[in-house]
Design a protein around this ligand. Sequence first.
Ligand code: G1P
Length: 281
Amino acid sequence: MAGLKTVIFPVAGMGTRMLPATKVTPKELLPVYDTPLLQFAVREALDAGATRLVMVSHPSKTAIEDYFGPCDDLLAELQSKQKDALVRAVRATNMPADVELVFVMQHEQKGLGHAVLCGSDAVLDGPVGVILPDDLILGAPALAEMADAFDERTMGSLVAAQRVPRDKVSSYGVFDCADGDATVLPAKGFVEKPAPRDAPSNLAAVGRYVLSPAIFDALRATGEGAGGEIQLTDAIAALGRVHAYRFSGTRYDCGDKDGLVRATLAVQEQRGRAHLSVAAE
Ligand code: G1P
C-alpha cells in the first residue's frame, strides 16, 4: 500500500464539449442521476485514503468552492422538516474532519501536465494521486486499488488503463505494452494522442494516476507536446518505469454527452438496487 495522502483534481477546464449546459455550471458539477460528477471523484479519493484533496480550478468556477462550503441554513431547514435522508445526502458533501480541501488556481489553460504542476506546492509527501473527474469509474474504487498496487521502489507511475478500439486511440494517452491480461503491465513507453497508425497498442490511459513525487521535476522539464499543451503523459514517459493498471470497475466518459447519459442510467440502476443514495452512504 502506497499510503496515498494527496489527490489532485484538475477541474479548471471550460467544459466546451458540454455547452450550453456548462455555460454557468462547471462540468464537474453536472449531475450523474442525483450526485455531481465531482462528488464521485472525491468519494474515490477518500476511499483511497487521501487526506489532502487539491482542486486545481479556475477563478470563474466559484460554484465548485460553494458546493463544498458550509450550508447551515439548508441543513437547519431540512432538519426542521425531518428530511433525514436529504440531511445525510447534504452532509456527505462535507469533508471528514481529518481531510483538507485546498483550492489552487490555474489561470491559463496550458494542458493537463500544467494543471498537475499547479498543484505541486499543495502536496503532502509520498506518491500523489490524480483523478480526472470526467472519467467516472463505477463498481469498484479504482484509485484505492491502484494505491494498493503501487510500489514506490519499482514504479515511477501507475496509470489506469483499458483497451479501446484502434480508431479511438487518438483521444488518449497510449501505452507501449506487450499484450497480456495481467492487472499491472510494465510499459516501455507512453504517448499522448497518437494517430491510429502510429499507436504502439490499443491500451489507453483513463483518468486515474498514482505518481512518484519526482513527477513534478519531470513536469517542470516538459515542453509543449500534443496540441501545443504541457502533457502529463510526456512527463510520465520521461520519468520512466511506467506501469498500466487494468482496473476492475466500469469507466464512463462523462466529458461526452452520451457517456454522461450512460453513467446516469448506471447510477439509476445502482440506486434502484441499493434503495439508498451513494451520496448518503
Ligand atoms: C487526458 C489525458 C489522456 C488520457 C485521457 C483520459 O486527455 O491527456 O492521456 O488518456 O485524459 O480520459 P483529455 O481527455 O483531457 O484530452
